[in-house]
Design a protein around this ligand. Structure first.
Ligand code: 5GP
Ligand code: ZN
Length: 117
């Protein structure tokens, strides 16, 4: 655990969160500042800053995380689709440096992926 990491503190229960799923490796909870009617974050419990910091040792947990994204979305009733985003680093717009996948859902389409250049 990284002592100054907000998502590690959520894993440790030091900061409250509206959890939607938890197992030994993963935690999912509602985003505090939702950008869509449904906005959930899925994180590995073990601290890793971003996809730029992952290597082969992270393959299993990343695979598990993305399988769980679909299961969590189904559990949230997002039967008509959803957006999954992983922001990485400054250019990617990452604000919290503990790897997380956003799940964004409707009922309306969540909008364009990015503004085209
Ligand atoms: P990023 O820009 O790093 O991909 O996304 C970070 C997300 O974490 C943002 O959508 C932000 O609203 C959310 N967030 C930041 N701090 C907290 C918190 O303390 N609790 C929860 N539930 N979400 C947070
Ligand atoms: Zn962390």
């Amino acid at each position: 655990m990284m002592s100054d990491c907000i998502f590690c503190k959520i894993v440790e229960g030091k900061i409250p969160a509206k959890k939607v799923y938890e197992d030994d490796d993963l935690l999912a909870f509602h985003d505090i500042n939702p950008a869509a009617p449904v906005h959930v974050l899925v994180i590995p419990k073990q601290h890793v800053e971003s996809l730029a910091d992952c290597d082969a040792s992270h393959a299993a947990v990343l695979g598990k995380l993305f399988v769980k994204v679909g299961e969590i979305a189904a559990g949230l009733g997002l039967n008509d689709g959803f957006r999954t985003i992983v922001n990485t680093g400054r250019v990617g717009g990452q604000e919290v440096y503990h790897l997380h996948a956003h799940i964004l859902g409707g009922p309306q389409p969540v909008g364009p992926l990015v503004t085209r250049v």
